[in-house]
Write a protein that binds this ligand. Structure first.
Ligand SMILES: N[C@@H](CCC(=O)N[C@@H](CS)C(=O)NCC(=O)O)C(=O)O
Length: 192
């Protein structure tokens, strides 16, 4: 059976858990920062990041590659280049938030004048502003992989209190529209 390695809180793992809601799979919740789960991850995936899948003896890393692997296997239509770009925006914002969270957990003092913080803050502001503008487009009406990824990003930002989303009204409306979906509530990191 398809195995999905991730953690309850990871927005990158949650997007796949939601997308795979109607596909038989086993979800393995790893504690990636210490102990035997970290050793397991290091042995199987030198990036030491989640998500990762195991399928037919194949180990695949990285949510984007996992999505490509599984959508080929399920014979789903590939994403348009436009939606690939949307996914890049979502991933870029998500990666920046992960880096800022790691800095915070490492007790690195936040200094918005330092290049590290400036680059991540600028990227987050620009990507969220752009996503807020385009999320009202017709193409966002569907509930498909890029929309799932956007939802997981927004909900995780709120859950971890990483950014004040007020003013990004279209994104907040989008989030509210999807928050009661069964696969969304079933993967809510707040109810670990
Ligand atoms: N590009 C990767 C990003 C995955 C990622 O950053 N995962 C986080 C958890 S949300 C992680 O494993 N972080 C561990 C680390 O940075 O050491 C993907 O799309 O799968």
């Amino acid at each position: 059976m398809l195995k999905l390695y991730g953690s309850m809180a990871s927005p990158f793992a949650r997007r796949l858990r939601i997308w795979l809601a109607n596909t038989e799979h086993e979800f393995i919740d790893l504690q990636i920062y210490a102990g035997e789960d970290r050793e397991f991850l290091a042995e199987h995936n030198p990036t030491m990041k989640i998500p990762m899948i195991e399928d037919d003896g194949e180990l695949i890393y990285d949510s984007r590659v996992i999505y490509r692997y599984l959508s080929q296997k399920f014979k789903d239509a590939p994403l348009s280049w436009e939606m690939e770009n949307v996914l890049t925006l979502i991933d870029s914002a998500n990666d920046s938030f992960v880096q800022l969270l790691i800095a915070k957990r490492s007790d690195i003092e936040k200094d918005d004048d330092k290049l590290f913080f400036k680059l991540h803050n600028d990227r987050i502001a620009a990507t969220l502003k752009h996503l807020n503008k385009i999320v009202t487009d017709e193409r966002f009406k569907a509930w498909q992989y890029p929309q799932i990824c956007l939802y997981c990003l927004l909900d995780w930002v709120e859950f971890r209190q990483l950014h004040d989303l007020s003013g990004l009204d279209n994104l907040l409306t989008f989030q509210a529209q999807h928050q009661d979906r069964i696969e969304v509530t079933a993967t809510d990191p707040r109810v670990e």
